[in-house]
Each structure stands twice: as structure tokens, then as C-alpha cells.
Design a binder for this molecule. Sequence first.
Ligand code: PBG
Length: 327
Amino acid sequence: MSEVTHPVVRPRRLRQSPAVRRLTAETRLHPAELILPMFVREGTPEALPIQSMPGVVQHSIDSLKRAVAEAAEAGVGGVMLFGVPETRDAVGSAATDPDGILNVATRAVAAEVGDAIVLQTDLCLDEFTDHGHCGVLDARGHVDNDATLIRYRDMAIAQAEAGSQLLGLSGMMDGQVAAVRDALDEAGHTDTIILAYAAKYASAFYGPFREAVDSQLSGDRRAYQQDPANRREGLREARLDLEEGADVLMVKPALSYLDVLSDVAAISDVPVWAYQVSGEYAMVEAAAANGWIDRRRIIEETLIGARRAGADAVMTYWATEVARWLR
Ligand code: PBG
């Protein structure tokens, strides 16, 4: 009988050199699997910084076009546009107005980018309403689900006509995917892709985004976005969106919801994306600015974490920069 003085199984064998590690990596990042969210502000002649998101700006139409071209050049898979209008009202009229900032910007970008990158738009009313909610309000001041669906239908058609290839349904209204699919198909936009924010949580990680879009919201979105305590409910939302015809599912935020991402990826037969949101970005930038963390390694680790948990692609404010690292 001999004493075991050395292990027979040695997992370290596959970690011994960069070349071996590279060959045996289970997950990788690729520029095509990154999507860049972008803000475009009405009436500004040049890009304006967003204090709580250093490095991210509210674009003018011109700077937006340049930045989209840079993203495409870096190999980024898609851009997602958010509009910041000059004037807002109770029903978010600018969202459906062909001359509204998001639709104008979409047309401007569509004319330039062609097939180089997938042009996407956020389909939600919160940037356009004077109360900042994602839908229209009823007499009691609550978000009226079904009245909001009518607005989303019109918004979808306006965005498709402006040249958006993929609509990001981020409002968390019940039945929004079915309603928008029906409206698009009826108007002949059968090729327009629907990204359903299947699982979107009422998260404090959206904090800096509120500054980014000059949000008018007072209060919160807990009556329509999901409770961070709920995991099963993420699957329920994902299943409903699949039944309603979603082409892609989104889980949002990313970092604190990797379990949900993993669950959704396990049941989905369409691509699943993760949204690394404004607060995730801001935390890393703030810590890095203080010299407390290795910025690049942390960014890569958060992205690979989302991919490993099951995201086929990740929406991230670092998309262009990371795509350049990967080249
Ligand atoms: C709503 C919307 C929000 C974000 C994207 N779409 C804000 C919210 O739901 O409160 C947040 C994204 C981010 O924080 O980066 N249309």
C-alpha cells in the first residue's frame, strides 16, 4: 500500500501556459457579440458629457453618426439608440412623431451605416413622457397597460419606417411583444426584429441612465418592472415573450442577475442577450478612476461572466473600446 503523495488528476495541466489556456477557454468575447447603447439629444450642436457615466455622452446627430461609424469599424455587432427630446408631454408624442429626435436620428444613421452594423432603437415611452413613466397614465396616475400598448404599436411603426432593424421593447407592459408584432406585420414590417426585455428588474443600477436621458421620473417603476427578489418570475416573463413571438430575449441588468440569465438561456430557443447597465458601468469607472481596480481586466471579466452565464451577446457602454482590444 503506497501513500498518495501526488494527485493523479491535475486540472492545472490545462492552465500551464497562455497558449494552452487560450486553446481550452470555454467562452470568448468577440466584437460581433457586443452592442453599444447610445444617447442622442435633440437640439445640441455637439456631444455633451454625462457626469455619472464618464466617457459616455449625449450625442448630437453628427457626433452620433461618427460614433456609429467608429463602432462599425471596430466590428461591434449593433447599436441601440435612445432619444433625449427637448419637449415632453403626458403621452410621449415625440416618440411617434416622425420628426421626433429618435426617429430623426434613426433615419440619419440608417442612411450612413447600411449593412455594416445592426441598427436598433429603444421602444419605450419614458424618455418622451413629462412624468417619466414607461407608459401613459390612467386617471389615478397609474401606468395604464393596455392604453400603453396602443402607443407602443404606433411607436414601433414610426421606428421601423425610420429604418430601425430591431426594436428593443423595454417598457415591461404585459402583452407588448404580441401587440407590437401585430402592428408591425399589419404595416408590412414583417422583417423588423423584436428584442423583448423578457426579464427586466426594477433596479437601482439604472441610476446614471436617469441622468443620461434627463429623466423626469419621480418615484420608481416597481409596479411594472420585476422585483429583484424573484428568479422564477424571470422565466415566466421569458416564456411569455417567446410565446408572443420575440426574436431575441434580454435579461437586465447583467451583473446581479446572472442566475436569471442562466435560467433563461437554458429554456430559450432564440438568442439571449444581457444588458450591462449604466450603474454597472459607473461603478467600474469610479473604482478605476481611484486606482482601486484593474479597469481593463474588470471590464473583460464582467463581460465574460455574462457570456459564461448564457448571454449570446452583451449590451455594454464599453462596446467600441472592448471591440478594439479584441482586434
Ligand atoms: C427604460 C430604460 C431604462 C434603461 C434602459 N431602458 C431605465 C429604466 O428602466 O428605469 C436603463 C439602462 C441603463 O441603466 O443603462 N426605457
